[in-house]
Ligand binder design. Structure first.
Ligand code: GAR
Length: 215
C-alpha cells in the first residue's frame, strides 16, 4: 500500500521521439499539478525532439543510445544508474519505444508508469491507433499503467475512452487520443505520487473516492 505521500519524490521521464506527453508533464509540473519535479529526461535517441522540450524547460537531459549496450540487461542497468544517481523515485515512459526488462522493473517496483494510445488490453504494441481502425472498434482511448516486463501490460492506473468515427484516419484518431493522453498522464502521476492506493492482483485501488472524481 502506498499510503504516505512521497516527500522526496523526483520524476525521471524516458522518451524516444516527439515528446508531446513529456511536454504535458512539464506543463503540469510548472503548474505544480504533478506532486514532484522532473529531475531528468533520458532518451535512447540523440535526435529525439523531446530533448529540446526538456532543454527549453531547463531540465537535465541524458542520451543513452541502446545501440551501444551489449544486451538488454546492460542497457537496463545503465538506465537505472542514470536515474538513481539523480534521486529519481518515479519513472514515466513517454513514447519510450524500448521494452524494459526485469532488471529495470525490479529497481523501481510499482514506480514505473507508461502511457499507451489504446484501451489496454486491446491493441498493445506499435501503431495502436492503426490497429484499432483495422479492427473496426467504435471506441478506443488511452491508458496509463504500471510497467512490467511484458509489453504494454501491467496494472491500470487511469483510462479514458474516445469515439472512433467512420471517417477517421490513423492521423485523426491519433490526434483525438493524444488530447486525452496529455490530460490523463499528469493526472495519473499526481494520483500515484499522492499515495493512498494499493495494487490487488491487476487492480490499482485508490483508498479515497478519488477514482470517481471528474477529470
Ligand atoms: C504516444 O501516443 C504514446 O501513447 C505512444 O507513443 C506516442 C508518443 O508521443 N506510446 C506507445 O505507443 C507505447 N507503447 P509523444 O512522444 O508525443 O509523447
Amino acid at each position: 500500500m502506498s499510503d504516505v505521500r512521497e516527500t522526496q519524490a523526483a520524476i525521471g521521464v524516458l522518451i524516444s521521439g516527439r515528446g508531446s506527453n513529456l511536454q504535458a508533464l512539464i506543463d503540469a509540473s510548472r503548474e505544480r499539478r504533478l506532486g514532484a519535479p522532473i529531475r531528468v529526461v533520458v532518451s535512447n535517441r540523440a535526435d529525439a525532439l523531446g530533448l529540446d522540450r526538456a532543454r527549453a524547460a531547463g531540465i537535465e537531459t541524458v542520451v543513452l543510445p541502446h545501440t551501444q549496450a551489449p544486451d538488454r540487461e546492460a542497457y537496463d542497468r545503465a538506465l537505472v544508474q542514470v536515474l538513481r544517481e539523480r534521486g529519481v523515485t518515479l519513472v514515466c515512459l513517454a513514447g519510450f519505444m524500448r521494452l524494459l526488462g526485469p532488471v529495470f522493473c525490479e529497481a523501481f517496483p510499482d514506480r514505473v508508469l507508461n502511457i499507451h494510445p489504446s484501451l489496454l488490453p486491446a491493441f498493445p504494441g506499435m501503431r495502436a491507433q492503426a490497429q484499432a481502425l483495422r479492427h473496426g472498434v467504435k471506441v478506443s482511448g488511452a491508458t496509463v499503467h504500471f510497467v512490467t516486463p511484458a509489453l504494454d501490460d501491467g496494472p491500470i492506473v487511469l483510462q479514458e475512452a474516445v469515439p472512433v468515427y467512420d471517417d477517421d484516419t490513423e492521423e485523426t484518431l491519433s490526434a483525438r487520443i493524444l488530447e486525452v493522453e496529455h490530460r490523463i498522464y499528469p493526472e495519473a502521476v499526481r494520483r500515484v505520487l499522492a499515495g493512498g492506493w494499493r495494487i490487488e492482483g491487476r487492480r490499482v485501488l485508490f483508498a479515497s473516492t478519488d477514482s470517481r472524481d471528474e477529470r
